[in-house]
Each structure stands twice: as structure tokens, then as C-alpha cells.
Design a protein around this ligand. Structure first.
Ligand code: 0O2
Length: 223
């Protein structure tokens, strides 16, 4: 990545306000919302079918979000991307985001695989931070997908980032996220080190939960 550019928060807010009032921006956000709906429906269908087969829900919950105009513009400014709606769509890959929270790690991989196998879903990139956690302990599976949406005037391809996590990984990430916004920590290094220990403990717990699930599933076959 090139040199990062920083501008004041006021400038970011001003730019975000300007672009978010344009018709093209509103239209693009609507397309992203439609793409989120498409993926959510696919996941809900898989959940309904798999829960019939296995007697439990492969995922606990789905969350979705559109990145706020301020966050989009802040990232574009930082990366030196011109602030136009066209560049926004071309350069930004995480405007539409979905988070799938599962109880078990194995379910998360199965769901991701079933989603990517579907005819109209194209996998653009896959980052497995479970097999290769970030140095701070962050774990999740990230897929960048291309999905068509069908509009009044034809078809349009949109990109959606889908994050798959266990409940434990999500718990860790939400605490980590909160701490990122705390600028007044007395000993940030100590907190980072403690978080890393917690991430490893939670990963160990996920592995043990998976073992319990396997035992329950195997015993479930005994009449
Ligand atoms: P938010 O609030 O989710 O919008 P990219 O952003 O894809 O261009 P990068 O950094 O390679 O570039 O993306 P990566 O590693 O795939 O991570 C993107 C998203 O993953 C982040 O989005 C977070 O949601 C999540 N994430 C990644 N690393 C961490 C981490 O260390 N802690 C936590 N809590 N979340 C993480 P945003 O845009 O940062 O935030």
C-alpha cells in the first residue's frame, strides 16, 4: 500500500455530506442493499434446509451493514482514492457487509462452501484468519463475493464482503473493536497482550466445543 493520507474529521464529514446527497450515491447504496438481501436470502435458505437435516441451526444470527458515508470517505481519502461515486464502486470492496455467527467452526466452513458453490455467486477473494489468525489474535473467515442483482433495466454485479465467525470469535472481535476507539488507555500494550491471550483461550474453547458437537452428533445416531 502507498503512503496514507490524513485529513481532519471535519473535512471527511464535509466530503461525505456532499457525496451522500447525490443521486448516484443513493442509487449505488440501494444496489448494495439489494445485494445484501440476495446473500441473506441464500443463507436463510441454507439454514432452513440444513436445520431439517441436522436438527440444529448452522448459524445463530446474521448481521448486515452498509458502511457509513463517513467511513467510506475516510477510507478513500486515506488511500488517496478520488471521491467520486464511480471510484467508490470500483475501489471499495467492503461497502456492503454481512456477518454470519455460528456456534461451531465446522458449520461456518460448510456454510461458506455451500454459498460459494451456488451458480450465481462468484468468489473474488478468500481470507482465512481462522487458519491464519492476525498477530493480535483476530479470527474470522472473510469472503469477497460477486453477486448479480436483477433490476428493472437488466442485471448488475455487486460486491459483498461476508465474514463468518463463531460466537467466541465474535465476542473477541467486538471487545477488540470497542478498545480501538478508546484513545485514553493507560497501558495499551498490556491490553493488546491480554487480548491475544484471550483470543488463544477462546480458540481452544472453540476446538473443545467442536469435539462436544461431534460426540453429540455421533451419539445421536445410536438408537
Ligand atoms: P467495519 O467496522 O467492520 O467496517 P480492506 O478493509 O478489505 O480493504 P483489509 O484491512 O485487508 O482491507 O481487510 P480485512 O483484513 O479483510 O478486514 C476488514 C474487516 O475485518 C474490518 O473492517 C473488520 O470488520 C474486520 N477486522 C479485521 N481485522 C480486525 C481486527 O483486528 N479486529 C476486529 N475487531 N475486526 C477486524 P473495518 O472496515 O475495519 O471495520
Amino acid at each position: 500500500m502507498g503512503k496514507e493520507i490524513h485529513v481532519t474529521r471535519e473535512r471527511v464529514e464535509e466530503l461525505a455530506k456532499g457525496i451522500s446527497r447525490t443521486e448516484e450515491f443513493v442509487r449505488l447504496m440501494t444496489y448494495y442493499r439489494c445485494a445484501i438481501m440476495e446473500i441473506q436470502t441464500k443463507l436463510n435458505v441454507l439454514n432452513a434446509e440444513l436445520s431439517l437435516q441436522y436438527d440444529r441451526n448452522p448459524f445463530e444470527s446474521i448481521e448486515s451493514r452498509l458502511k457509513s458515508p463517513e467511513s467510506i470517505v475516510e477510507k478513500m481519502v486515506r488511500r488517496g482514492i478520488p471521491i467520486t461515486v464511480e471510484d467508490m464502486e470500483q475501489e471499495m470492496t467492503d461497502i456492503a457487509g454481512i456477518r454470519v455467527i455460528c456456534s461451531f467452526q465446522e458449520d461456518l466452513y460448510s456454510l461458506a462452501e455451500l454459498l460459494v458453490e451456488q451458480d450465481d455467486v462468484l468468489l473474488l477473494s478468500r481470507k482465512d484468519y481462522i487458519a491464519n489468525p492476525k498477530p493480535n489474535g483476530y479470527r474470522s473467515l472473510h469472503l469477497l463475493l460477486d453477486i448479480p442483482i436483477f433490476l428493472y433495466k437488466g442485471k448488475r454485479h455487486m460486491r459483498v464482503e461476508v465474514q463468518f465467525r463463531t460466537i467466541a470469535m465474535d465476542f473477541w472481535a467486538s471487545v477488540d473493536h470497542k478498545l480501538k476507539y478508546k484513545k485514553t488507555l493507560r497501558d495499551p500494550e498490556k491490553v493488546v497482550a491480554k487480548l491475544k491471550v484471550c483470543a488463544d483461550t477462546l480458540a481452544q474453547m472453540d476446538a473443545e466445543m467442536e469435539e462436544i458437537r461431534r460426540t453429540i452428533d455421533a451419539d445421536g445416531d445410536i438408537e
